[in-house]
Design a protein around this ligand. Sequence first.
Ligand SMILES: O=C(O)Cc1cc(O)ccc1O
Ligand SMILES: [Fe+2]
Length: 425
Amino acid sequence: MDYQTGFLNHFATEAVDGALPQGRNSPQRPAFGLYAEQFSTSAFTAPRAQNRRSWLYRMRPTTEHGPYAPYDGAKHLVQPDDSQTTPNRLRWDPLPMPDGAVDFVDGLMTYGGNGDPSSGGIGIHLYAATAGMDARAFQNSDGEMLIVPQQGALRIVTELGRLDVPPGHIALVPKGMRFRVALTDGAARGYVCENFGVPFCLPDLGPIGANGLASPRDFEAPVAWFEDRDEPFEVVQKFNGCLWSTTLDHSPFDVVAWHGNSTPSRYDLARFNTIGTVSFDHPDPSIFTVLTSPSDTSGTANCDFVIFPPRWMVGEDTFRPPWFHRNVMSEFMGLIHGTYDAKEGGGFAPGGASLHNQFNGHGPDVESTARAMQADLKPVKIDDTLAFMFESRAIIQTTPFAMTGGLLQSDYDACWNGFPKARLP
Ligand SMILES: O=C(O)Cc1cc(O)ccc1O
Ligand SMILES: [Fe+2]
């Protein structure tokens, strides 16, 4: 598979020689009878640094379809609301693989979220899929999709081309872009952050300097790829929190050439240049931010995507795991593989999840705490681990599936029972 590298670069690619117009976007008659379409994921007037759009040259205009009707699959892909939201610390067992053939769209289960598609916020979903999508595409008009596979590789076919995304990689699909998901390594499971806010971008680096964390050159966008299929093709659209369906008489993956900077991309989390203390104290986890969706309040994200990758721990006279914490931001976590260093007592399994909503105390379990307080503080490599967090400025509301779907652990609080009380002189 070929890729073009760079975050938010202005790319140009054609799958057929001569398909991409030169020197203009919308010629009177594009080559071969292709149709030009602008795909805008920022307002036309957004400042240049935030402006995102691509020009697509396709076999038929996207306008050619009948009305959408309500879609009745993906029953657990919903908008969370207040009725299910509690201050409790929550933790879930991994999502089991479904029985029978369930694809990525029908396999999406909403656990939580905040805001709404018009004003910003996020949706948090897990997916478990046993079948690829064939003559079916998904268009999420509500949010950009940050896809974090945990098991099973995905081949994401988008209007702009294809991305192979195994566990350990992430994918970003722009709001509104059609895509379908094939499974290239059997049943697949993972996490999705649906971003209703400003599209994800790389965080500023401040005093870190010009390099470090995720490097723009490690993001990969597809090259143009199309299929010429004249057959019924369903498009499922998420719009205003609801699902809709229409059927085309052709594949929507018919973009022969494109140029622009609004693109899907993938990123290998192993490329993350992890920075931590080389003296003492555990830095704030913002040091591990891969991508951020800023809000209108500076430094206070709609969503930060943060990872806890393999790394050396060298802090002297330092409690090395995450400290006990109450946070104005709300934290949803998942585990891709291994063990998370704040939960060595078990219970946070790969494919599982946890939620620590705003100002609710959390941190290392009793076992992680005891081990860390007794540890010989020689340099140690934490190796088999890859956890992540979707951290958001607003309370993360939960869904009926999250609260009563059978995966919520009833005894999560107990992992913090039994700390010996301090003894004063
Ligand atoms: O496990 C968590 O809750 C996430 C987290 C990690 C960390 O290294 C410091 C603070 C924090 O909230
Ligand atoms: Fe935390």
